[in-house]
Design a protein around this ligand. Structure first.
Ligand SMILES: [Zn+2]
Length: 129
């Protein structure tokens, strides 16, 4: 029970921290003025085995999104985890790349050992002429 409450609080704190960082980040529109649309196909999986693969697609609202691409780790027992693909995504957008890929490894720990989850992102972007 205590364990459960602790992780709930940590999850809430992580959520607040993420919201705070998103709020402080520059707007995507200000960093990539001619970006018209951005879609990220996100796949999270366990490294090596590719088991537990979870996929989802995020349609980024260019007009209001922050220039921050940080995602939480999908493993509920992971502590201090998460991914940040801001750098490769922003680099691709600055270069007007229409299709790009980025990988990230979770930086957290599960049960005292490094989390072995990884993230693979395939981005599709369109730009105004
Ligand atoms: Zn993790």
């Amino acid at each position: 029970m205590m364990q459960r409450m602790r992780s709930w609080r940590e999850a809430a704190e992580r959520f607040d921290e993420r919201r705070r960082r998103e709020h402080l980040a520059p707007r995507l529109e200000s960093r990539s003025r001619d970006l018209a649309s951005l879609r990220l196909a996100i796949e999270e999986f366990h490294d090596g085995t590719r088991t537990g693969s979870v996929k989802h697609v995020r349609h980024v609202v260019v007009a209001s999104a922050p220039a921050l691409f940080a995602l939480p780790c999908g493993d509920a027992s992971c502590e201090g985890g998460g991914y940040d693909v801001t750098r490769p995504v922003m680099r691709a957008l600055r270069g007007h790349t229409e299709r790009f890929e980025a990988d990230a490894r979770c930086a957290g720990t599960t049960g005292g050992v490094p989390c072995r989850r990884m993230l693979h992102v395939v981005g599709t972007a369109t730009y105004r002429p």
